[in-house]
Write a protein that binds this ligand. Structure first.
Ligand code: PEP
Ligand code: MG
Length: 904
């Protein structure tokens, strides 16, 4: 026996062992423990896969371990693998730690040979079943193990169907099935240049290898990237004795959910296909029956299924998704997992489980996410005007999507890359469509149920999807679909509503979702109009607010944004980017300031700017009366206020060539543009450096702020301003500027009889500031991490350029696990945040620290900031509810993980 086994029987493990056994293996073990009807089998560990992927060969002990496990299985079932007299057949299924539905491979009916098929035909009295099972094995083995393109098999299939004058494989006779299998084998031999292997043990090992390999298939990689699943986990492989849903009329296979995964409605829900095997249901090849219909056909198996579903839901205390097979009326459970669900279902189910006493509010909060709340905030279609409904399908994944119709996944990807919004329309989707699905706004299929591949994957990704739209006829070759007399060609726009399942022609306008209406205070959660999901969001968000420690502020530059953010729950403004007030039409002031010939002219322009600035501040502080408002002094390089150098040069050259007169102002602007041009403006004259070179500018901003405070107070409100200095690198900059700012505040207040306590803080957005935060803290009343610049400067990644240049390639190659401008790079940039926080808190134990970069609204980053005990995050208004929710979740998840997880 090797030191660490690579194979475990289902009787060994439990659900806690997903790291080693994968999710499927761990759950199969758990169900075996629970005494549920699980076909026996064993799991090859993720460790074996990692060793295989690292070395390219099967680990030396693995073949022996598989052999022993197989022998145990043979004993248990009194059957023999590869023995025609009493054959044992197995399935070989992937199963990673995190569920990746349909992304990796499965080979069924391993152990099949012509001799076994012959004997199975005799044993069961059903030759068609036996030879269909053989045909299925050859088909899967060919595609998955021998890499035969599915299209090549499809061609052969079409040829055989034609020569036997039938339309589907189900209609083939035994001879037809044998002929098809033979033709597939010939194709495999032609393409591989080798004889088709006849030894079932070799089939088994090759299938295991192919499943290991499928961990790195293109679609699996894309899926992992999207779901942020680490690429080095590897997959486990489950070898399970086969039960046959294609055996007889009282056999079948299905997928069931303990509650509706699309809407969250209570009550079981699923699809059943009679005389079918394995992936037939998910592939959406034939339209399926509902569970109610299954009950009519197979009442005993259905009752047993209901019993198992209720057992599993009580055991897992969550919505479970179950794959099952009925073999001659007997139910077998092939898999279960906590089911994927839409955002709506996630909120509703969590609350139902709380109300049923199965989980606590903390657990409910841990089970939903800010991203899901974001989905519920997406707009919905406005059906008040003229709309043209063209079809209705199964509402498989909620949302409202508008886009150009596209029928091919690659094309969908290319068009989306070129900036088009597309809807992928297919008869059904297969795992190979993943790139197109990711790139599309939504997915529409004419076949398949709510558990079809398209539906499951779309729900997992939060994409709008309608499936099983039987009234449309999709012609993927001609790039069109027809519905009644109407033909819709590629490029035409449709709107699909994944909540109602309705397809509309043209682009429908959208309105706020009920959840947004509630969050914006336009819909009372206790009113009869409030939908169940609104009620669920209300209760969960209230719990998050009661749990969280982090405060949530907003980034707002206009009074409108400030008002909106406050309604959405913002507890102040964490970043008011004042430069936004001087871009656009007011840019001319800064241009004039730059061109001013002497100090007097400069003062004149600044005097004109001041009331405008004051007006902006008044509006924002009125909206945030009683809450802190952090005014960030001007940050961007001066040249951003001037015309573009290349365009201006061209214009000047043209004017000169045509002999046109160039005005003195134009000449002055051109000279200034050249003078201020910088090779690396992001590292140039900006932020605090600007305030040091043109102190009048910052002084004007401070005066405007103080006057605004006076005005707001006079109007009976409570202004609570804070001043923040951008791009500080050394404490000396802050000290130098602080004196000027404090003097200006004092001078402005002189004679007013009023006093304001205006804290002056520093942004921490240069690596030097982070490393020397303890010294900067001497002169700062607070810190706010500008994680956008801090990321840019730590990585030396230009934030304006990398996302459209090399970052996508880096992401493809997994050189970075995610975009560091979207989610904080905790190892690198996060370390600087940690160092600066530790220094500041060593300086003053309750030193106030916030975050105002984009990461302030990102769930993962919020959890990190919570772990460092920061005081607040600040994010765009729309993300405020998401940040509130995630700040609450951060507390609950840290508590659940225990004391070891919380950092100090
Ligand atoms: C930052 O750098 O994170 C920040 C908030 O400032 P800005 O994005 O305006 O540079
Ligand atoms: Mg910045």
């Amino acid at each position: 026996m090797p030191a660490t086994p690579l194979v475990y029987p289902f009787t060994f493990g439990d659900r806690s062992m997903a790291d080693l056994l994968g999710g499927k293996g761990a759950n199969l073990s758990e169900m075996t423990r629970m005494g549920l009807p699980v076909p026996p089998g064993f799991t090859i560990t993720t460790q074996a896969c990692r060793e295989f992927l690292a070395s390219g060969v099967i680990p030396s002990s693995l073949t022996g371990e598989i052999e022993s496990a197989l022998r145990e299985l043979e004993k248990m079932l009194d059957k023999k693998f590869g023995d025609p007299k009493n054959p044992l057949l197995v399935s070989v299924r992937s199963g990673a730690k995190f569920s990746m539905p349909g992304m990796m491979e499965t080979v069924l009916n391993v152990g099949m040979t012509p001799e076994v098929a012959e004997s199975l035909a005799k044993q069961t009295g059903d030759a068609k079943f036996a030879w269909d099972s053989y045909r299925r094995f050859i088909d899967m083995f060919g595609r998955i193990v021998c890499d035969i393109p599915p299209a090549d098999f499809k061609k052969i299939e079409a040829r055989i169907l034609e020569s036997h004058s039938v339309n589907s494989i189900q209609e083939l006779t035994v001879d037809g099935l044998k002929a098809l299998s033979q033709a597939l084998i010939r194709e495999i031999e032609a393409q591989t240049g080798k004889d088709f292997p006849t030894d079932p043990r070799q089939h088994l090992i090759s299938s295991v290898e192919a499943v290991f390999h499928s961990w790195n298939s293109e679609r699996a990689q894309i899926y992992r990237q999207r779901e942020r699943i680490p690429s080095d986990l590897g997959t486990a492989v489950n070898i399970q004795s086969m039960v046959f849903g294609n055996l007889s009329d009282d056999s079948g296979t299905g997928v069931a959910f303990t509650r509706n995964p699309a809407t969250g409605e209570n009550g079981s829900y699923g699809d059943y296909l009679d005389r079918a095997q394995g992936e037939d249901v998910v592939a959406g090849i034939r339209n399926t029956m509902t569970l109610v219909e299954m009950n009519e056909r197979e009442p005993k198996a259905f009752q047993e299924l209901e019993r198992v579903m209720s057992l599993l839901e009580n055991h897992y205390r969550d919505l479970c998704d179950i794959e099952f097979t009925v073999e001659r009326g007997k139910l077998w459970i092939l898999q279960t997992r906590v089911g994927k669900r839409t955002a709506e279902a996630a909120f509703r189910v969590a609350l139902q489980l709380v109300d049923e006493g199965k989980i606590s509010m903390d657990e409910a909060l841990s089970r939903i996410s800010g991203e899901q709340l974001g989905h519920l905030m997406f707009p919905q279609f406005d059906l008040a005007g003229q709309v043209t409904e063209i079809a209705r399908g199964i509402p498989a994944s909620a949302g409202a999507a508008v886009g150009e119709v596209v029928f091919d996944s690659r094309r969908a990807f290319d068009l989306a890359r070129a900036g088009h919004k597309v809807i992928l329309v297919r008869r059904e989707t297969s795992p190979d469509d993943l790139v197109g699905m990711v790139a599309s706004e939504g997915i529409l299929t004419s076949r398949g149920g709510k558990t079809s591949h398209a539906a499951v994957v779309a729900r997992g990704m939060g994409k709008t999807a309608i499936c099983g739209t039987e009234s449309i006829s999709v012609d993927e070759r001609a790039n069109l679909f027809t519905v009644g007399a109407l033909t819709v060609y590629e490029g035409e726009v449709i709107s699909i509503d994944g909540t109602s399942g309705i397809v509309y022609l043209g682009a429908l306008p959208t309105i706020a979702s009920p959840v947004t209406a509630y969050l914006e205070g336009k819909l009372d959660a206790n009113s009869p109009q409030a939908t169940p999901v609104v009620k669920a969001v209300d209760r969960i968000l209230q719990h998050a607010d009661a749990s969280r420690v982090l405060r949530v502020r907003t980034n707002a530059d206009t009074p409108e944004d400030a008002v909106r953010a406050r309604i959405l729950g913002a507890e102040g403004v964490g970043l008011c980017r004042t430069e936004h007030m001087f871009l656009g039409p007011r840019r001319a002031y800064v241009e004039s300031l730059i061109l001013a010939e002497n100090e007097e002219a400069q003062r004149g322009i600044i005097a004109e700017m001041e009331p405008l600035q004051r007006g902006d501040f008044v509006g924002i502080m009125m909206a945030m009366s009683g809450l802190p408002v952090t005014i960030r002094l001007l940050d961007p390089p001066l040249h951003e206020f001037l015309p573009n150098i290349a365009e201006l040069s061209a214009e000047m050259a043209r004017a000169e060539a045509l002999g046109e007169e160039i005005s003195p102002r134009q000449q002055a602007v051109f000279a200034a543009v050249k003078r201020l041009h910088e090779s690396n403006p992001m590292l140039g004259l900006r932020g605090v450096r600007l305030g040091i070179l043109i102190p009048e500018l910052f002084k004007m901003q401070v005066r405007a702020l103080v006057h605004a405070c006076l005005e707001v107070r006079k109007l009976g409100h409570n202004p609570m301003p804070e001043i923040m200095v951008p791009l500080v690198a050394t404490q000396r900059e802050l000290l130098y500027l602080r004196k000027t700012l404090e003097e200006e505040i004092a001078n402005t207040l002189t004679g007013t009889g009023q006093h304001f306590d205006i804290p002056i803080g520093s942004m921490i957005e240069t690596p030097r500031a982070a490393m020397t935060a303890g010294k900067i803290a001497d002169h700062a009343d607070f810190f706010s991490f500008g994680t956008n610049d801090l990321t840019q400067m730590t990585w030396a990644f230009s934030r304006d350029d990398v996302e459209s240049s090399f970052l996508p390639r880096y992401l493809d190659l997994e050189l970075v696990p995610f975009n560091p401008f979207e989610s904080l790079d905790q190892d690198g940039v996060g370390l600087l945040v940690r160092i600066a926080t530790e220094q500041a808190r060593a300086h003053t134990s309750d030193f106030k620290i916030g975050v105002c970069g984009e990461h302030g609204g990102d769930p993962r980053s919020i959890h990190f900031f919570h772990s460092l005990h920061l005081d607040y995050v600040s994010c765009s208004p729309f993300r405020v509810p998401i940040a509130r929710l995630e700040s609450g979740r951060a507390v609950v998840l840290a508590n659940m993980a225990g004391p070891a997880s919380s950092s100090t």
